[in-house]
Design a protein around this ligand. Structure first.
Ligand code: NAD
Ligand code: COI
Length: 326
């Protein structure tokens, strides 16, 4: 069985690729380059490709299909960067690689705590020996109501961690989960928007939830609300968020993801123009923490991502039931 891996990282993924290819009997071809119309030919002769968060539009899917690729396996959870509909029309299989949900949940809690304790301002002041108090008074979690939108694997892990802080937890999902009800109360979106002090997003990006945090939703929220997004940038109307931050309606934000980021993160742009105006704008606010889509990035997750991407291919190759098929 031959697999071709794109965006292959020698410095952290390679040991796992070696280990799992040996275990599963996989012959691996790879490139550190991303999959594009220019690099697609590298996968000629391979039935299976493994990719990361890089745009895989209909044209590119068609090109891989033309080259004989049957399975597009993602070394990640979200698949909104792939034209899954086109791949399925062509009879191709798309898989993802669920991994430890603690990595993103821990990071979410970190952004939440840093936001409510005004850590960005505090660290900036400390750098300049400014040890003053005005403007950096924090809030205590136990006094807050936190809204968790999306109660799948990551949302549930966030709720479990939050339960230790003694805050009130409201939850929203298209498919409520029994396990969640031990710590949180399900509520409709309007209730969450109007009553929560902190709102955190944990759903995949779909056609239905694009800009679920819309201008209207932001207007309904309490003054000073804290927004955390470790899911996908387009869940929030960023223009509206910037307006709400300028109006001091939103009190703080912790954003690991941002609109129009695909293709930007994991690359070094310091000597060139960055084609995303939201990142510098948001980073400029004292009360906004912008991280570069790294919530997932731990030792455990990289191991899981490589293993489950290869396993998804292995299951498909051997005609087995495939839990990673999307
Ligand atoms: P999951 O599939 O276990 O859970 C997603 C939940 O969202 C499900 O319960 C689903 O019912 C719910 N949902 C889907 N559409 C919805 C909608 N329109 N309204 C309400 N609920 C909806 O996925 P997960 O493992 O918890 O991951 C969630 C998302 O987090 C991923 O899809 C990905 O976009 C993002 N993510 C980000 C990082 C990062 O590094 N920042 C890492 C991993 C995943
Ligand atoms: C995912 O797994 O969905 C992520 O967002 C992490 C990815 C960018 C590596």
């Amino acid at each position: 069985m031959k697999v071709f891996a794109y965006s292959y990282r020698k410095f952290d993924e390679e040991p796992y690729f070696k280990k799992y290819c040996e275990q599963l009997g996989i012959e691996l071809g790879y490139t550190e380059l991303d999959p594009t119309m220019e690099t697609a030919h590298l996968a000629a002769g391979y039935d299976y490709i493994s990719i990361l968060l890089t745009r895989m539009d209909a044209q590119l899917v068609e090109e891989f299909h033309r080259l004989g690729v049957r399975v597009i396996s993602n070394r990640l959870i979200g698949v909104d960067h792939v034209d899954v509909r086109r791949a399925k029309e062509l009879g191709m299989v798309v898989t993802n690689a669920p991994y430890s949900s603690n990595c993103v949940a821990d990071f979410t809690l970190m952004l939440m705590l840093m936001s409510i304790r005004r850590m960005k301002q505090m660290m900036r002041r400390n750098e300049m020996n400014d040890f003053t108090l005005p403007g950096i008074q924090g809030m205590e979690m136990r006094n807050l109501t936190v809204g968790v939108l999306g109660t799948g694997k990551i949302g549930r892990t966030v709720i479990h961690a939050l339960s230790g802080f003694g805050c009130k937890i409201l939850a929203y999902d298209l498919y409520p989960n029994e396990e969640v009800k031990a710590h949180a109360q399900y509520a409709d979106l309007d209730t969450i928007f109007t009553t929560c002090d902190v709102i955190t997003l944990h759903m995949p990006l779909t056609d239905e939830n694009f800009h679920i945090i819309s201008r209207d939703a932001l207007a309904k929220m309490k003054k000073g609300v804290v927004l955390i997004n470790t899911a996908r940038g387009p869940l929030i109307d960023t223009e509206a968020l910037i307006d709400a931050l300028e109006a001091e309606h939103v009190g703080a934000a912790g954003l690991d993801v941002v609109e129009d980021e695909v293709g930007l993160y994991h690359n070094d742009w310091k000597n060139t123009v960055i084609h995303n105006r939201y990142i510098p704008l948001l980073r400029g606010f004292n009360n906004v923490i912008v991280t570069s889509h790294k919530a997932y990035y731990t030792d455990q997750s990289v191991d899981d991502m490589v293993r489950n991407s290869l396993l998804g291919i292995y299951y498909e190759h051997n005609g087995m039931e495939n839990p990673f098929k999307v």
